[in-house]
Design a protein around this ligand. Structure first.
Ligand SMILES: [Zn+2]
Length: 290
């Protein structure tokens, strides 16, 4: 299977009333575990990288690693750059084979966000790369990007108009969700997805999915969400499994790295498999092929 086009995956999902899982990977181990989960579930998958991960692993190594994982996979795999306010990182990722980028202009005033998003779209589209646009900030800090306060909020009409004018392929509006773990029950805004769908067929992306119920996910998907991001859940599965294993090493006095990798891999794979089922994306690859 060759690399997939992010926009094609999301459009097919929207038409089929499921959402493509978009999972933030932290390293090569979690990247392989996510692809394995997608293969077991027979689902397409989007591998997401934060700016922090790109900088830590290096854009060339990470791009090559993802290409190798995608080429070996039996399901469509796309590579996406998550929340990126830095245009030079976007240019680097486009040059190194990313299939899509999230240009996060939510820290800029509307007129600047509008102008710069149009510029990023032109640059990305020239290379066949899909653009997710964020002009309202999603609450919560993720890998050093973002804010706990709503800095910019607009009407649904404004969001649709900016997407139209800039040519953005997908939009990430405020939907009442937040990055990280919820301290209180979130007030979900499925109505905003419905209102956007009534005005435009631009796919909507849901951020801050960790901790939502199956009913919440299904309501968002039915309203028009085609891509759901998962980050915190993977981090928890990864780190808690590692901690439990290291505690066990301490207890037994046996220290074997490969055992740690196997356990982390299994925990991440299972966590993402369960999310794929929640997003109704399981089995969709087989259906397309049949
Ligand atoms: Zn996000």
């Amino acid at each position: 299977m060759t690399r997939a086009n992010t926009l094609d995956l999301v459009r097919e999902a929207r038409a089929g009333r499921y959402a493509v899982p978009a999972v933030n990977i932290a390293d090569e181990l979690s990247m392989r575990a996510v692809v394995a989960a997608a293969e077991r579930a027979q689902s397409p998958v989007i591998l997401q990288t934060s700016v922090k991960t790109v900088k830590f692993m290096g854009v060339e190594a990470l791009g090559r690693m993802a290409r190798l994982a995608a080429d070996r996979a039996s399901v469509p795999v796309a590579l996406h750059l998550d929340h990126c306010p830095d245009r030079s990182v976007i240019t680097d990722c486009i040059a190194h084979g990313w299939d899509s980028v999230l240009f996060d202009a939510s820290d800029r005033p509307l007129d600047v966000a509008r102008k710069e998003t149009a510029e990023v779209v032109a640059e990305a589209h020239a290379a066949g790369v899909t653009v997710e646009s964020e002009i309202e900030n999603i609450i919560g800090v993720e890998d050093g990007v973002g804010s706990d306060e709503a800095i910019h909020s607009y009407t649904v009409e404004q969001l649709v108009e900016v997407a139209r004018e800039t040519g953005a392929d997908m939009i990430a509006p405020q939907l009442g969700t937040a990055h990280g773990l919820y301290k209180a029950t979130p007030e979900l805004r499925v109505d905003r997805v419905r209102d956007i769908a009534a005005l435009s067929d631009v796919p909507v992306v849901l951020h801050g999915g960790t901790g939502l119920s199956a009913e919440d996910f299904h309501a968002f998907i039915d309203a028009g969400v085609g891509k759901i991001n998962i980050s915190t859940s993977l981090k928890l599965a990864y780190m808690k499994t590692a901690k439990a294993h290291l505690d066990e090493c301490e207890r037994t006095g046996k220290w074997e790295p490969v055992k740690l990798f196997e356990q982390v891999f299994a925990a991440v794979e299972q966590d993402i498999y369960e999310h794929i089922e929640l997003f109704r994306s399981a089995g969709t690859v087989q259906e397309v092929a049949a």
